[in-house]
Design a protein around this ligand. Structure first.
Ligand SMILES: [Zn+2]
Length: 434
């Protein structure tokens, strides 16, 4: 079987043909055993802070190596700019307008019960399933643990560092597991507050709301922003180092040959790029351009794919690689083989409460933003490098229609309302999520 892949390095794109055996394309090992799957979710990691995505700083050695051993998608758009809706798209393979998990008013909504999650699907395929979750919105009541035969949600009450996440994965892997496994591991380190264990702790007791207030009053200086960004980078470097320990541990256990590793972020982070800090408020690329890397059996090595793809493509891709079946409502498509992924546009939507309802759809280098209340659309040419007045674009009618059609998506599930306890409500309010 001849398949075309788009392969590149240093942003140079070459097209080459690569011969793959059918067995490799579906990821089975030589003994016919289905591959293990490790899904690594890194919170708040903007793509342009990885060296393999063009960052000057070399703070992601292990992720860069992983990319060289597998496929890196250069244009992965998050389906939302904050945790709950984006993670739901990763877990269910549908867009935010289709699952509607997120906030409305002071209420939070988790994954609708009509939707099968990745742990559900792998559990049905007789995989051993384990999840470790690390943010209040990833806790049991939001639906992310559904289908996990074992899970650890201690970090949803008080977040834990990457070192703890990696240790607990090893504890579980070293247990009595006979069948192939699916692990979903959520790393929270790059999320506010930026206090890496080996970095300065100055921001440990600073509230996010105080930063937002000072930001709104124009009182965060460029120098202060750079200081915060360097602490953010230390979190990324620390998390990357622990991921290196995780990947090495899999190798030591002889699991690397038959384990698919997927790394993705739920959203990025703002550092005054468009005047704001944090995330969840708008759809500029700093909050929705996320890294997506896959490596393992059935996945080409050292490849870069420049098609525009989304987080909702991860579920069908993993089902393809493990010969699982994809629920018929899923909107994502398998990214493997990498020849010509068919999305007309990749959408993002779902902001924190009290903000203007907007959507963004990316079509190649063009991005169209749409204000639902005003029914007005505007666009940017992303090949210009930065979304500002100089890169403004008049969107064409077909693209605007596409955004309107996306906004009118009929939901495929009723999102599950969640009672927010006092402790979590305090955190949500500080982060301005509700
Ligand atoms: Zn997040």
């Amino acid at each position: 079987m001849i398949t075309h892949y788009i392969v590149g390095s240093n942003h140079r794109v070459l097209r080459c043909s690569i011969l793959f055996l059918t067995a490799l394309l579906v990821g089975c090992s030589s003994d016919g055993k289905r591959p293990n799957v490790l899904l690594v979710l890194i919170d708040t990691l903007r793509a342009d802070h990885l060296h393999c995505y063009g960052y000057d700083g070399k703070i992601t050695d292990h992720l860069d190596s992983l990319a060289s051993e597998g496929v890196r998608w250069s244009c992965c758009q998050a389906q939302s700019s904050w945790t709950l809706p984006s993670m739901t798209s990763i877990f269910t393979g549908v867009t935010e307008r289709a699952h509607l998990a997120g906030t409305r008013g002071e209420h939070l909504y988790g994954i609708g019960r009509e939707l099968s999650t990745l742990p559900d699907l792998f559990s049905e395929m007789d995989y051993a399933t384990f999840g470790i979750f690390n943010a209040p919105v990833m806790d049991v009541e939001y639906g992310f643990t559904r289908g996990c035969q074992s899970y650890d949600v201690e970090g949803c009450r008080e977040t834990v560092d990457a070192e703890v996440v990696v240790d607990r994965i090893f504890e579980w892997v070293d247990g009595d597991i006979e069948q192939p496994f699916f692990i979903v591991a959520h790393f929270f380190d790059p999320h506010w507050p930026y206090t890496a264990p080996d970095g300065p702790q100055d921001l440990a007791n600073v509230s996010a709301s105080s930063i937002r207030r000072r930001n709104a009053n124009g009182r965060i200086t460029v120098r202060e922003m750079h200081d915060m960004m360097s602490c953010y980078d230390m979190e990324i470097r620390y998390c990357d180092r622990e991921l290196g320990r995780l990947f090495a541990g899999l190798r030591q256990r002889g699991l690397d040959e038959n384990t698919i590793i997927v790394v993705v972020a739920d959203h990025g982070e703002e550092f005054l790029d468009h005047g704001m800090m944090f995330h969840g408020r708008q759809f500029f690329q700093e909050t929705i351009h996320v890294p997506l890397i896959m490596s393992g059996p059935g996945i080409p090595e050292d490849s870069v794919v420049d098609d525009v793809v989304g987080q909702y493509d991860i579920l069908p891709t993993l089902m393809h690689l493990t010969e699982g079946s994809v629920p018929d409502y899923v909107q994502g498509v398998s990214l493997l083989p990498t020849d010509g992924v068919g999305h007309e546009g990749v959408p993002s939507s779902g902001v924190n409460t009290g903000l203007k309802q907007r959507a963004a759809v990316r079509f190649g280098d063009a991005k169209v933003l749409w204000d639902a209340d005003a029914d007005s659309a505007w666009g940017y040419d992303l090949s210009q490098g930065f979304e500002d007045e100089d890169s403004r674009l008049a969107p064409d009618r077909t693209q605007v229609e596409n955004v309107r059609t996306y906004w009118a998506t009929v939901p495929v599930a009723i999102p599950d309302p969640v009672e927010v306890g006092d402790h979590k409500a305090k955190w949500f309010k500080d982060m301005a999520y509700i």
